[in-house]
Design a protein around this ligand. Structure first.
Ligand SMILES: *[C@@H]1O[C@H](CO)[C@@H](O)[C@H](O)[C@H]1NC(C)=O
Ligand SMILES: *[C@@H]1O[C@H](CO)[C@@H](O)[C@H](O)[C@H]1NC(C)=O
Ligand SMILES: *[C@@H]1O[C@H](CO)[C@@H](O)[C@H](O)[C@H]1NC(C)=O
Ligand SMILES: *[C@@H]1O[C@H](CO)[C@@H](O)[C@H](O)[C@H]1NC(C)=O
Ligand SMILES: *[C@@H]1O[C@H](CO)[C@@H](O)[C@H](O)[C@H]1NC(C)=O
Ligand SMILES: *[C@@H]1O[C@H](CO)[C@@H](O)[C@H](O)[C@H]1NC(C)=O
Length: 482
């Protein structure tokens, strides 16, 4: 798989083209000639601008891009989408929950014939990290065992964040001992962030994307939401480009200023992929963050969130673990208002109903609460409809002992139009320097069958109305809630 287009080669081509252009200027004898050339150039440029929407790949890099011309093809795959969830041990809901992420992962592993690519943050599928004997770690251990077996039969590639300090390596070493190909991505060096993405690609045909980490707790002790899309090679191929970018970043010291064409996509917020999902037509695209990891055509994750909010006609429901209009991990304090401003804007200008369901757990930063109270304080009969609720996962004495568990880790948004399923917390860092990705689905066409948007809305409403959610009010502080 050493088919990376040498990045230097591309730069060379561009440089030599540029030089040729400058060289020819020697022959310009007088202003009139110059003016003529400029006019011709301007005409060419404007022609190009006109042509770009029809053939996005024809840019100034055309000589390089001839190596592989991107063509928008109609996707004829019989794609099926299934929402998947992890419900922490002991939680009960009044209405239905979706297939478990555990079952979905088992399905995907047994479906794998030739290849499985996994993008991941860290691996703790056994509970050796907690030095406890948790029976609910069984699922994670089972997944690891199956992945080990698979690694000796199929081509398993794992892209994982390169940890700063001693992060558990047992699972990764186990998998590579069975033949898995592992590459660590040093996001700290490359972008000062982390690789926070969580997705799977099976046989370049099925995909999983969602909030669950490769962590036993993500299957039984943390509330998670994701989606599996089966039999959808068009979408899998596009997600594969994001994976290949991570894979390549292990081989380089800097993020390419221009990603080679093979990482480019034609599918984004302006020109989504048209495909059939469960027999209903849908438009779909994948976004990625940070922007420096987006090749040509890829919508940065923040832009997709802002676009989904801006295009809502009635409501925006958001369920994320952390919500902060700040950078969370920067050394000096930095305010970061992009999403917060957009929510206030649509609520005020267009009377969109905004609901935020945010998580509270032991490690929630207390500063999140005043910012959420500020949003919720806009609520005003007839004029502004913003509500914030805090979701907590209750724990018994035994469960309390499990570190980094018992939290709603969901990262999704649903509007009256679109389902957005992501992997990032909602604070500045996740869109500025940390790698994440999201699946954005618009499947609103009227038909009898349910759409993924309707299903996700039902998940949100189930959780919003549940006994685990409490309204934030002007007195709510972290300590009072969880
Ligand atoms: C690439 O991945 C390998 C295997 O995990 C790791 O040892 C190496 O340090 C990584 N290289 C870079 C530049 O991150
Ligand atoms: C979703 O798709 C429908 C039907 O194609 C279209 O009318 C609508 O504008 C789309 N909405 C968004 C937010 O893209
Ligand atoms: C919360 O975290 C603190 C320190 O990190 C720990 O001492 C305490 O036991 C935790 N409480 C719960 C309920 O998990
Ligand atoms: C989201 O933020 C929390 C708190 O900062 C952090 O612990 C966690 O790693 C982030 N999300 C994950 C693991 O998906
Ligand atoms: C698509 O079909 C699968 C069964 O094949 C079903 O589980 C899922 O809920 C359907 N998704 C939608 C959005 O209707
Ligand atoms: C289930 O519904 C009842 C009645 O509406 C409500 O009191 C209860 O809190 C709900 N339980 C959960 C877990 O949401």
């Amino acid at each position: 798989m050493k088919s990376d287009i040498p990045y230097e080669k591309m730069v060379d081509v561009e440089l030599s083209r540029g030089e040729g252009h400058h060289g020819s200027q020697k022959y310009y004898r007088c202003l009139i000639v110059l003016t003529c050339i400029t006019t011709v150039l301007l005409i060419l440029l404007s022609l190009q601008t006109l042509l770009v929407p029809m053939a996005k790949s024809s840019s100034t890099k055309s000589s390089v891009q001839q190596e592989r011309v991107l063509i928008r093809e109609t996707c004829t795959d019989p794609c099926r989408i299934v929402l998947v969830e992890s419900i922490p041990e002991g939680m009960v809901f009044n209405s239905s929950v979706h297939q478990s992420i555990y079952d979905a992962w088992l399905n995907l592993i047994s479906a794998t014939q030739s290849s499985l690519d996994i993008a991941s943050f860290y691996w703790t599928l056994t509970n050796s990290d907690t030095h406890t004997q948790e029976p609910t770690a069984n699922q994670g251990q089972q997944i690891l065992k199956k992945l080990g077996q698979l690694s000796s039969k199929a081509y398993v590639r794992i892209a994982v964040d390169k940890p700063a300090d001693k992060k558990p390596m047992e699972d990764i070493n186990f998998l590579s001992s069975y033949g898995a190909d592992v590459r660590m991505v040093n996001m700290r060096e490359l972008t000062t962030g982390v690789l926070h993405t969580k997705f799977w690609i099976v046989d370049k045909k099925h995909i999983y994307i969602g909030s669950a980490n490769m962590d036993w707790r993500s299957l039984t002790q943390v509330k998670e939401l994701g989606a599996v899309v089966y039999d959808c090679s068009c979408l899998a191929e596009d997600l594969g480009k994001i994976f290949e970018a991570y894979w390549y970043l292990n081989q380089t010291k800097t993020v390419p200023a221009h990603w080679p064409n093979k990482y480019s996509t034609l599918y984004n917020k302006d020109t989504p992929m048209q495909l059939s999902l469960n027999g209903t037509s849908a438009s779909v695209y994948l976004s990625s963050s940070p922007p420096s990891l987006c090749a040509e055509g890829r919508t940065p994750d923040l832009q997709s969130i802002l676009d989904v909010i801006a295009n809502a006609q009635q409501f925006v429901y958001i369920a994320v673990m952390n919500y902060l209009p700040t950078m969370e991990f920067s050394r000096s304090k930095r305010y970061w208002m992009d999403i917060d401003t957009e929510l206030r804007r649509v609520a005020y200008e267009r009377r969109i109903r905004v609901r935020l369901l945010i998580s509270c757990w032991n490690s929630t930063k207390p500063i999140m609460f005043p910012f959420l109270r500020s949003l919720a304080s806009l609520q005003d009969t007839n004029q502004l409809d913003i509500q914030v609720r805090i979701f907590t996962v209750p724990s018994d004495a035994q469960q309390k002992k499990i570190p980094f568990a018992r939290v709603n880790h969901n990262k999704y948004m649903v509007t009256d139009q679109v389902a957005y399923i992501g992997t990032s917390n909602w604070s500045g860092d996740y869109f500025v320097n940390t790698a994440g990705s999201a699946l954005v689905v618009n499947q609103t066409s009227a038909s009898a069958s349910s759409t993924v948007q309707e299903q996700l809305q039902a998940v949100f409403e189930r959780d919003w109305e549940s006994a685990y959610s409490t309204d934030i009010n002007h007195r709510s502080n972290r300590k009072d809630i969880c």
